[in-house]
Design a protein around this ligand. Structure first.
Ligand code: ZN
Length: 85
């Protein structure tokens, strides 16, 4: 694979269009794991690490902003994810 980041970005684009299909995020995470690299932050904030859905606010998650943090509540698996603003 020439550039794993390009492939991962492509998978995230597909995940965005199919937010309830977890296989795109699963595959993207698998690629990064094989490369022993971390996902770029702009991508790692966009999905639920527990159930691998792509977050679409108002559709499958709720976003709450308090002080210096952003909380994303996954409505599929009930996980609360905290993102530093
Ligand atoms: Zn989840």
């Amino acid at each position: 694979m020439a550039n794993p980041y390009e492939e991962v970005k492509r998978l995230f684009d597909l995940a965005k269009k199919n937010p309830n299909n977890t296989k795109y995020i699963e595959t993207a995470r698998e690629i990064m794991k094989k490369q022993r690299k971390a996902l770029p932050k702009e991508l790692s904030d966009k999905f639920c690490k527990k159930c691998n859905i792509y977050f679409i606010p108002g559709k499958n998650c709720k976003v709450r902003i308090s002080n210096k943090s952003v909380f994303i509540h996954c409505e599929k698996c009930n996980t609360l994810k905290r993102i530093k603003a």
